[in-house]
Design a protein around this ligand. Structure first.
Ligand code: PLP
Length: 370
């Protein structure tokens, strides 16, 4: 029996009645853009994360982009971030005209190494964008230490970490603002693209609110040149149904992760995810390091076990960023991680017997290659 990396069908089947009902209601209303589902979702997410403002937008990428624009980050500015993340983190920086400056990762957590932050600061630095990768918060104490010293903004890429926490405080509320993604495979995923900006800054929230709708203040009066980046009513309706289950799904992910770790932690050749003290990891991905990673990947795929490499090419080595002038060897930990990491299924509906099959195949791989 095949095991997918993420089983959205299983999730849908468990809540089909509620999803179908809200979709049917929205079709009855025929109000597809904005509306009460969007404002309610914004309030519910704000309450869930414990933040003052939540502004729904069209994607996690736009959440980053519009936050940067609202913060006035643009040409001539530098923004420090991780080279080991999804492309959008750096893509959004470039798309507002700013320059991404990469800092290598901590090999234990795959998150930005805050010991290396300060040396990347220049007079042009405006912001730090920590990415809470795979569902675990970056070292925000270390981030803020540098941000405060140099008066930099902190904008969290919380696309993979809604529900995660650092010292008891939710991801998305640990910086000046944060970007959340509702891409279907994220811990809270919609039925298409969606995203949200979280912030306690009333001005920033208002600017994003205007920017997402062509800078339109009152009817047909435009105070900024914004864009169309609104959240659809259908997305908001579906996400409202799913949000109720997010704490339960997160606990299931954590339980699966603990089961894997229990089996892998005594195997010398495997490196399990390391949960930092006082962080609450929500396991958007369960990512291990294995020897002969590509062989492991091939074996699992051949057995129809879903798995993936997040991410095979660090951003500083992406062809489109050649002009930034980075070279192979600049960020050894990110480069090493890109060769060693393997993400395996950890979705809430995963069954123990499926996990046993995955564990067995990985053990078999180790026996074959060592
Ligand atoms: C998914 C993701 C994004 C982008 O979100 P979209 O909703 O797909 O635009 C940004 N950053 C990270 C780290 C992500 O995982």
């Amino acid at each position: 029996m095949s095991i997918p990396l993420v089983d959205l069908r299983a999730q849908y089947c468990a809540i089909k009645n509620e999803i179908d009902q809200v979709v049917a209601e929205i079709f009855e209303e025929q109000r597809f853009i904005g509306g009460h589902h969007v404002t309610s979702l914004e309030q519910e997410i704000a309450a869930y994360a414990n933040v003052n403002y939540a502004v729904g937008v069209a994607s996690g990428t736009d959440a980053l982009l519009l936050t940067f624009r609202a913060a006035g980050i643009g040409p001539g500015d530098e923004v420090i971030t991780s080279p080991f993340t999804f492309f959008a983190t750096a893509g959004a920086i470039v798309n507002v005209g700013a320059k991404p400056v990469f800092v290598d990762i901590d090999p234990r957590t795959f998150n930005i190494n805050t010991d290396l932050l300060e040396q990347a600061v220049t007079p042009r630095t405006r912001a730090i964008v920590p990415v809470h990768l795979f569902g675990q918060c970056a070292d925000m104490d270390g981030v803020w230490q540098v941000a405060r010293k140099y008066n930099l903004m902190v904008i969290e890429d919380a696309a993979q970490s809604l529900g995660a926490a650092f010292h008891g405080q939710c991801a998305g509320t640990l910086g000046d603002a944060a970007a959340v993604s509702f891409f279907p495979s994220k811990n809270l995923g919609g039925a298409g693209d969606g995203g949200m900006v979280l912030t306690n800054d009333a001005d920033l929230a208002e600017k994003v609110r205007l920017l997402r709708n062509h800078g339109q203040d009152t009817s047909y009066k435009h105070v900024f040149v914004g864009t169309n980046s609104r959240l659809d009513a259908l997305q908001a309706g579906v996400l409202r149904v799913k949000l109720k289950y997010l704490p339960q799904w997160t606990e299931q992910r954590r339980s699966h992760a603990a089961y894997y770790t229990q089996h892998f932690q005594h195997i010398e050749q495997i490196k399990c995810p390391v949960e930092q003290e006082r962080t609450y990891h929500v396991y958007n991905q369960y990512t291990i390091r294995v020897p002969r990673r590509d062989d492991a990947l091939a074996r699992l795929r051949q057995r129809e076990i879903g798995c993936a490499v997040y991410y095979p090419i660090p951003l500083h080595l992406q062809p489109c960023f050649r002009e930034l002038g980075y070279r192979k060897g600049d960020f050894p930990e990110a480069e090493k991680a890109s060769l060693e990491v393997l993400s395996i299924p950890v979705y809430p509906e995963l069954q123990r017997h499926q996990q046993d099959e995955i564990i067995e195949n990985i053990q078999q791989h180790l026996t074959d290659v060592t």
